[in-house]
Design a protein around this ligand. Structure first.
Ligand code: AHR
Length: 307
């Protein structure tokens, strides 16, 4: 048993059911919770048995989970890598065992792209660019300097690296914009609040916060209010994700602009899984379609927002 196209035989079962091992980053944000739900619900709908493992934002836990999936002879492994680097060895182990791998949400920097079948997810550089373009437009008539602070995702994560790069590629060349401080807030509300609090103490004149996700932005809003300032007015805020809580804050005027990053990757993952196991050729990169939201657009979209 085992190998691609076996459709369940590899798991040692004879019910023909595909078995997928999925290693999730953790439960650090509203985005991640929605992503987990999407994967679990789509697996059930597709009749795929899911072995789900939460790595609690630790790469060593993800590597352990992948090794355990290999030992259990699952049919396919999918995972969202917490950081970009350090996957070559374990991915080679999966390949040698004949188990295909699909990357979801985040990329790895392995030079050997034969170690995985495809990568489904957003263009994080583009998301950073969209945030930067909004900032440029918002402050177009300001004399400057425009004092900015940035809350990055966890160090080494593809969305943290790429969202910073995309933003800088738009803003960096304009001397009017000054980045006062940029630090990781680990994509969590608690850390976003803590780091923003420190930013506010060190810098009395912040005009703009760029947070790499809604949750850090929401934490920062608490710190801004505790400092006696009005988020969205005294300090403009741009974030990424567009989860419900973020959209609510946007519609309440506490956030000014959100770049969408869709967590609903489950249906595509299950579809591609079936194709890979049937031996079909699939694209090596599957991009997620996304938009952006202003405050008015958030008001209109909120009643229908599922996550
Ligand atoms: O990889 C996607 C990012 O991870 C989301 O933007 C963030 O909220 C999550 O934790």
């Amino acid at each position: 048993c085992g190998g691609e196209g076996s459709g369940g035989a590899a798991s040692g079962k004879d019910d023909g059911k595909i078995v997928m091992g999925f290693s999730q980053v953790g439960a650090e944000s509203g985005w991640r919770t929605a992503n987990t739900k999407s994967i679990q619900e789509s697996a059930a709908a597709a009749g795929i048995e899911l072995k789900f493992s939460d790595a609690q934002q630790k790469q060593e836990n993800q590597i352990k989970a992948i090794r355990s999936f290999i030992a259990q002879k699952v049919d396919i492994i999918a995972f969202s890598p917490v950081v970009e680097s350090g996957w070559d060895t374990v991915l080679k182990e999966a390949k040698d065992a004949g188990i295909p791998v699909i990357l979801t949400d985040r990329a790895v920097d392995s030079p050997d792209t034969t170690l995985y079948k495809t990568f489904i997810g957003s263009d994080f550089v583009l998301e950073g660019k969209k945030a930067g373009e909004w900032v440029k437009q918002e402050f177009a008539s300001a004399a400057g300097p425009v004092n900015m602070v940035e809350l990055q995702g966890n160090t080494g994560a593809a969305p943290a690296i790429d969202r910073k790069e995309g933003f800088e590629s738009v803003i960096g060349s304009d001397p009017k914009f000054k980045m006062l401080a940029s630090q990781p807030g680990d994509f969590t509300r608690a850390k976003g609040k803590e780091v923003m609090d420190a930013f506010l103490k060190a810098n009395p004149d912040i005009d703009l916060l760029y947070a790499h996700n809604d949750d850090m932005g929401l934490g920062a809003i608490e710190a801004i209010e505790a400092a006696g300032k009005k988020p969205g007015t005294d300090i403009k805020i741009v974030t990424v994700d567009a989860v419900k809580d973020g959209m609510q804050a946007l519609s309440d005027g506490k956030i000014n602009f959100i770049v969408e990053c869709s967590p609903l990757l489950g249906p595509q993952l299950m579809d591609l899984t079936k194709k890979v196991l049937a031996g079909e050729t699939i694209p090596t990169r599957v991009l997620t379609e996304e938009t952006t939201f202003t405050q008015d657009q958030a008001k209109a979209a909120l009643p229908e927002r599922k996550y």
